[in-house]
Design a binder for this molecule. Sequence first.
Ligand code: AMP
Length: 211
Amino acid sequence: MQAFILLGAPGSGKGTVSAGLTKVSDLLHVSTGDMLRAALKAGTPVGLGAKKFIENGELVPDEVIIRLVEDHLDKVGEARFLFDGFPRTDVQAQMFDEALAKRDAAVNHVFLLDVPESVLVDRLSGRRICRSCGAVFHVRNIPPKVDGVCDHCGGELYQRPDDDGETVRNRLSVYRSQTQSLIDYYDQRGVLICVNATDRADTEQTILDAL
Ligand code: AMP
């Protein structure tokens, strides 16, 4: 088992870069945000318990997240995992190290996607997602051909409730207050690689070269 982590603020492109990387490599993408949204949609106890945290742009409790991740590791077994949006706190990072050690593995590399804050706010507040196929658009940067309609499947485009202006600012401040120490944590272990992530293609190539 190998574990790679994409670290970066909301809007730094973790989801998009992961999708690009999984197409051209054997990496398996694991997004705790996607897992929680799926759990919420399915109405499971984990999803319902996470609802108010997600809607307020706050972090879901560490124990819930680590359980979700460990269950996933056990279900999938031997693989090269690319984590996106996890770990988000020191406690999650420590619990993750222990979970990997139990499986004779360790974090291989952590890629820190570096993007200026003004770009982050613009990307998030303009983001629109297809309800049917999950394709991502942006009102100005990647506009759909027809307003509110997915180019790929004709599905309805929506704004994630936590992508509205105020929640975006809250998510960025949560990121700053809780994630800086994670950066230090992985830097001290010598596994951190900082990537200038303003351009998506360059970002993917830098990561592929380092794998
Ligand atoms: P994301 O799609 O990664 O931006 O996550 C959306 C929301 O899910 C976050 O704002 C949190 O409420 C929750 N979430 C996702 N991953 C984690 C995590 N590792 N720890 C705590 N909360 C999380």
